[in-house]
Design a protein around this ligand. Structure first.
Ligand code: HEM
Length: 308
């Protein structure tokens, strides 16, 4: 992504996200349609934002097609795999690109922000992760990471403690703190609760991660070990108990990719740096609840580079 285009896309994405939230939270549910019709704020900004977002996705799809025509396209990247099936129109491919850019951007950054903040006050957890990274490197014949800028898929898969630590961090700070769905038909929830057609149903993953009946008396504690079995292997939980990636047929399609990305970033950072939270503000950082869970004022950190 070229930097100016990328910044423009980010801004447009923020605008679109804020406008959707404003529509959703407005007490007058159809007011936005009137504003849109008369091109009033914030709908005017939404129109511009959508043009930028769609233009950006169009460009990605067009550039891939051109590389394909020139025999230069890779066949193993994400978009090529979708395109290879042949069942997607150009427009549908643009929607795929937009969907994945939007679904994957703020979620992983939210997760990593809270993860690094938690880690900053838990040198014991950090130490275990660092030792695991070193052990994995030793096994793969890349001790100290010398000559290996990144981590292989196999190395990342072997980082069971890191997987547990990231999972635990998202239990306490789920990137999607609330999730709301509209009921298509009259329905009864498993406990017999009636839900009418068109009703909105919301679950709060943030609250669920802190319920004693679900997670036990230490539910407020950041304890990666709760995700490990006796042999130190990661033990997944029922997704209805841990709905951080949602549950059921509409679960997050990018879950595995997000986990690989986050593990890769954390491992690369901790192999070379130590980060310490350096805010002047006292106590717990403020939570900004938007579509994703953000940290108020960002995450100021002191970065210390390790001597190679
Ligand atoms: C920590 C990172 C992530 C978290 C916590 C997360 C969480 C979620 C949640 C809660 C949903 C359900 C939303 C709903 O109910 O409508 C969802 C859907 C989705 N996610 Fe993720 N996500 C993450 C990363 C990603 C990434 C990296 C991608 C792709 C690159 C992605 C792609 C999608 C897609 C395509 C859907 C829609 C699935 C559908 O409606 O069938 N996600 N995600």
């Amino acid at each position: 992504m070229a930097a100016p285009q990328s910044a423009e896309f980010m801004r447009a994405f923020d605008d679109a996200q804020n406008t959707v939230l404003a529509r959703f939270n407005s007490p007058a549910k159809s007011l936005w349609r009137i504003k849109k019709f008369f091109n009033l704020e914030p709908e005017r900004r939404m129109r511009d934002a959508l043009a930028t977002i769609h233009g950006y996705a169009d460009r990605i799809v067009r550039e891939r097609r051109e590389r394909d025509a020139a025999g230069l396209a890779r066949s193993d990247d994400f978009l090529s795999r979708f395109a290879a099936g042949g069942e997607h129109s150009e427009e549908s491919l643009c929607d795929v690109v937009t969907n994945f850019l939007l679904a994957g951007r703020d979620t992983t950054s939210s997760a990593l922000t809270w993860f690094f903040w938690l880690l900053s006050s838990r040198p014991d957890v950090e130490d275990k992760i660092v030792r695991e990274i070193r052990a994995v490197r030793q096994l793969s014949g890349c001790a100290g990471g010398k000559g290996c800028a990144t981590f292989s898929f196999d190395e990342l898969r072997d980082m069971q403690y890191l997987h547990a630590a990231i999972t635990e961090s998202m239990r306490l700070y789920p990137p999607v703190p609330f999730d709301t769905h509209s009921c298509k038909e009259e329905e009864f929830l498993p406990d017999g609760t009636f839900v009418g057609k068109g009703w909105l149903v919301t679950y709060c993953a943030y609250a669920m991660g802190r319920v004693e009946d679900i997670w036990g008396a230490d539910c407020e504690e950041f304890r990666p070990e709760r995700w490990l079995d006796e042999s130190g292997m990661f033990r997944p939980e029922n997704t209805f108990k841990y709905p951080v990636f949602h549950a059921g047929p509409r679960m997050c399609l990018g879950k595995e990719m997000a986990c690989i990305q986050m593990k890769s970033i954390v491992a690369c950072v901790l192999e070379k740096f130590r980060l310490r939270y350096s805010s002047d503000a006292e106590g717990h950082p403020g939570l900004v609840v938007s579509l994703t869970l953000r940290m108020e004022g960002g995450l100021p950190m002191k970065v210390h580079q390790l001597v190679p």
